[in-house]
Design a protein around this ligand. Structure first.
Ligand SMILES: Nc1nc2c(ncn2[C@@H]2O[C@H](COP(=O)(O)OP(=O)(O)OP(=O)(O)O)[C@@H](O)[C@H]2O)c(=O)[nH]1
Ligand SMILES: [Mg+2]
Length: 215
């Protein structure tokens, strides 16, 4: 897939705020500061489109980006950031859970894990959640530019052993590593689009989707 266009559409905290136009969605999730927004910018070749920060907890809403006028890339708030108040963490949890559990348009979730870290309980819990709700997902290992080649390889093997049946991609938003592989991984999921979405659309909504549209 080639990225031809990308634009910010809207931010939401609940179903009411989801975009009116129904399209396939690819979501990006992971611990706070893991590099979700940076990876979005890297994949889309657009610095600054998704807001990034060295301070964890930057993304606090569900942000929708429209790609190629064809699908949404969805930047979710990070989880596991202790400095965010308990009540805010709880409200994020509710709206992220809600987004993941009841979203027929979500075709694939990209779960990001910092390649330098050990597999954390919170990521394990998230994977169990995704399995439980049958959300298809791939795992992207981020910030690989921070490791030398042999450590990078070791960490890849470490995660491959822990989650053997999941597509695992080594990335670096800084160096652009893994971009093509990530985009390729999306293709089969985006092709599933029209059939599954059509089922829950009214006639009016169906007109918004061009079945022959090329990605
Ligand atoms: N070296 C390096 N730094 C990165 C990379 N990706 C992200 N960073 C840095 O990590 C910090 C966090 O990046 P973000 O993209 O804002 O992380 P996030 O997961 O969106 O964070 P929240 O929105 O707070 O959950 C920033 O200082 C980025 O510059 C990478 O591939 N390599
Ligand atoms: Mg972010």
């Amino acid at each position: 897939m080639k990225i031809i266009s990308s634009e910010f559409i809207t931010s939401a905290t609940s179903k009411k705020g989801y975009p009116k136009r129904v399209l396939s969605e690819i979501a990006i999730l992971g611990r706070s500061n893991v590099g979700k927004s940076s990876l979005i910018n890297s994949i889309l070749n657009k610095r600054g489109l998704a807001k990034t920060s060295s301070t964890p907890g930057k993304t606090r809403l569900i942000n929708y980006f429209l790609i190629n006028d064809n699908f949404y890339l969805v930047d979710l708030p990070g989880y596991g950031y202790a400095k965010v108040s308990k009540s805010e963490q709880e409200s994020w949890k509710v709206f992220i859970d809600d987004y993941l559990k009841s979203n027929p348009n979500l075709k694939l979730l990209l779960l990001l894990i910092d390649i330098r870290h050990e597999f954390k309980d919170i990521d394990k819990t998230m994977i169990e959640f995704l399995n439980y709700y049958s959300v298809p997902y791939a795992v992207l290992l981020t910030k690989s530019d921070k490791l030398n080649q042999s450590d990078r390889k070791n960490q890849f093997e470490y995660y491959k052993n822990l989650i053997p049946d999941v597509e695992l991609v080594v990335t670096s938003a800084e160096k652009g590593l893994g971009k093509d592989q990530v985009l390729r991984a999306l293709d089969p999921y985006l092709k599933m689009k029209t059939e599954s979405i059509k089922i829950q659309l009214t006639d009016d909504e169906s007109q918004l989707i061009d079945e022959d549209e090329e990605i």
